[in-house]
Design a protein around this ligand. Structure first.
Ligand SMILES: C[C@H](O)[C@H](O)[C@H]1CNC2=NC(N)=NC(=O)C2=N1
Length: 101
């Protein structure tokens, strides 16, 4: 079953605990910066593993020393849900270990 969409207030409240994340085009999103390319690519693979574990998948954009993450919940009609927030929290937990800022 698909979770209920969050209200804008609930989304803002959740994002208050996720510095760097914001709402853009109906998705929560964050850009990470790196010193080099390979650590950024490694973080993509780590995020992919987390996404498989959660059964919830973001759109990842890998640049030279930059990685963008954007996600909403397709099964909730492309709205933002707790599943997106949960994924963002898991990504935040691993970001510093990959040298992301
Ligand atoms: C069956 C599988 O768990 C679903 O299709 C998952 C896969 N990953 C997903 N990812 C996102 N972002 N939204 C979804 O609704 C979604 N559904």
């Amino acid at each position: 079953m698909s979770p209920e969409p969050l209200t804008p207030e609930q989304t803002d409240e959740a994002l208050a605990g996720l510095p760097g994340w914001s709402v853009e085009d109906g998705r929560i999103t964050r850009a990470y910066a790196f010193d080099k390319h390979l650590p950024a690519a490694a973080m993509v693979v780590h995020i992919a593993a987390i996404q498989e574990e959660l059964g919830h998948h973001s759109e990842l954009g890998l640049g030279y020393n930059r990685l963008t993450v954007a996600v909403n919940t397709h099964s909730a009609g492309g709205r933002i849900t707790e599943l997106d927030i949960a994924l963002a929290r898991r990504i935040e937990e691993i970001a510093a270990g990959h040298g992301a800022s």
